[in-house]
Write a protein that binds this ligand. Structure first.
Ligand SMILES: Nc1ncnc2c1ncn2[C@@H]1O[C@H](COP(=O)(O)OP(=O)(O)OP(=O)(O)O)[C@@H](O)[C@H]1O
Ligand SMILES: [Mg+2]
Length: 356
C-alpha cells in the first residue's frame, strides 16, 4: 500500500549538511501494523514526517495505493498523524479537537456529533468532552490526539511515540486498545517507538533503524530469533556474542568452530560471511548450563534471581562473559553455586551468524 524506494533526506547544505535518512526502501501492506524501531536520533520521526508531507525528501519515491504523493501537500494525502508532542489546540475543548478534521471536511453536523461521541468512548474521555485541552493531563491529551487523528478515518495513521506520556499500566491498556482498533478499523498503522518490547508485542512487522538506515525488516519473532546484524541483536533483547570461524556453509546453515574447538551448526543469513572469523549471537534463554565439557567451558561468576527467571553469568575460559537465563520453577532448589566449573550448551540452529 505504501511504497518507499531510494528515499533519503539531507538537512542543510555545505559543512552543516546532515543526512538523516539514507536509501530507505520499504513496502507497507494494507491493514498492517508496521513499526519503526530505533534509538533516539536514528530518523524515525523524519521518515514519518516524509510520509505525512511535512518533510520533503532529497531523493527517492513515495507512493500510496500506486499514486505518487510527494507532490501533494499534507492535507491532500490519505494519512493522519499523531505527533510526538501531540499538538492539540489549547483554545478548543476535547470534543472540538476530536471533531476538527471532520469540520475541515465540511461534514454534516449530525455526523460529526456522532463520530466524536464514538471516539470519546473509544479513548474513555466521554466525561471530559467539554473540558479545554489545557485542563487535562498529559496522558489524557495523548488519548485526545489519538481520537482526533482517527476521527476522519484516514487510510493510513502515522503514530509518533503515541503512548510515551502514559504511565505503565495505562500504556499496557492502550497498547491492547490500539491493536484492537487497528484490527477493527482496517486502517494501516505506521507506528514509531524506541521501546523494543512495545514493538515486539504490537507489530505485524518491524523495521529496525539505526543512523538513518533500515537494518532489518521482519515479523517480531523473526527479528528476535534471527537478528541479521550485531546492532539488531544488541538493540532487541539480550544477546551473547560468541566468536568463531566459519568452516563450511550449506544454504542457510553453517558450521562454525568456536574458540573451544567445538563445532556448532549456526543459521547463516543472506549476505553473511561464508568463511573466516564471525560473530554468532545466542539468546540467554536459548542456552543452558551443563557439566564442564560443554560447547563453551568456564566458571560460574554470578547467579541472579529475578523472580520469573534466574540469570547465570559464566566467565568463559577464553575470557568473555556468557549469560544464561533459566525460567524458575516453584520451590526449585538452586543446584549451582558461584565458583563452580560449568559448561554452556545450546541446540543446533539457535546460534545466528551476524552480518557486521
Ligand atoms: N530540521 C532539521 N534540521 C537538521 N537536522 C534535523 C532536522 N530534523 C531532524 N534532524 C536530525 O535528524 C536526525 C533524526 O531526527 P529524528 O527526529 O528523525 O529522530 P528520531 O529517530 O525521531 O529520534 P527520537 O526517538 O529522539 O524522537 C537527528 O540527528 C536530528 O537532529
Ligand atoms: Mg522522534
Amino acid at each position: 500500500m505504501i511504497e518507499i524506494a531510494g528515499l533519503s533526506k539531507t538537512f542543510g547544505s555545505g559543512a552543516s549538511a546532515f543526512t538523516a535518512l539514507k536509501d530507505i526502501n520499504v513496502t507497507i501492506q494494507e491493514n498492517e501494523f508496521f513499526t519503526l524501531l530505533g534509538p533516539s536520533g536514528c530518523g524515525k520521526t523524519t521518515l514519518l514526517r516524509s510520509i505525512a508531507g511535512f518533510v520533503d525528501p532529497s531523493t527517492g519515491t513515495l507512493t500510496i495505493n500506486g499514486e505518487d504523493i510527494l507532490s501533494k501537500p499534507p492535507f491532500a494525502r490519505p494519512v493522519n498523524t499523531v505527533f510526538q508532542n501531540y499538538a492539540l489546540f489549547p483554545h478548543m475543548t476535547v470534543a472540538e479537537n476530536i471533531g476538527f478534521g471532520l469540520e475541515m471536511q465540511d461534514r454534516p453536523k449530525a455526523e460529526i456529533k456522532s463520530v466524536v461521541g464514538d471516539m470519546l468512548e473509544l479513548v474513555q474521555m466521554t466525561q471530559m468532552a467539554d473540558r479545554m485541552t489545557s485542563q487535562i493531563s498529559g496522558g489524557q491529551q495523548q488519548r485526545v490526539a489519538l481520537a482526533r487523528a482517527l476521527a476522519p478515518k484516514p487510510e493510513v495513521l502515522l503514530l509518533d511515540e503515541p503512548l510515551s506520556a502514559l504511565d505503565f499500566k495505562l500504556r499496557k491498556e492502550m497498547q491492547i486498545e490500539l491493536k484492537r482498533l487497528q484490527a477493527e478499523t482496517g486502517i494501516t498503522f505506521v507506528f514509531v517507538t524506541h521501546d523494543q518490547e512495545e514493538a515486539l508485542t504490537m507489530s505485524d512487522r518491524i523495521a529496525v533503524m539505526n543512523a538513518g538506515r533500515i537494518l532489518q525488516i521482519g515479523g517480531p519473532k523473526d527479528i528476535y530469533d534471527h537478528p541479521a546484524e550485531r546492532f539488531v541483536a544488541d538493540f532487541i533483547g539480550d544477546t551473547n556474542f560468541v566468536d568463531g570461524e566459519v568452516k563450511k556453509v550449506a544454504g542457510e546453515t553453517a558450521q562454525v568452530q568456536l574458540q573451544s574447538g567445538k563445532v556448532i551448526k549456526a543459521r547463516n543469513v543472506a549476505g553473511g560471511a561464508t568463511s573466516g572469523p564471525v560473530t554468532v549471537a545466542v539468546r540467554p534463554e536459548h542456552a543452558d548450563l551443563s557439566a564442564p565439557g560443554g560447547l563453551i567451558d568456564g566458571t560460574l561468576k554470578n547467579i541472579i534471581y529475578f523472580g520469573t527467571d534466574t540469570h547465570y553469568h559464566v566467565q568463559t575460559d577464553d575470557g568473555s562473559t556468557f549469560v544464561i537465563r533459566r525460567q524458575n520453577q516453584p520451590d526449585a532448589v538452586e543446584a549451582h553455586e558461584v565458583g563452580e566449573k560449568v559448561g554452556v550448551t545450546f541446540n543446533a540452529g539457535v546460534a545466528q551468524i551476524l552480518r557486521d
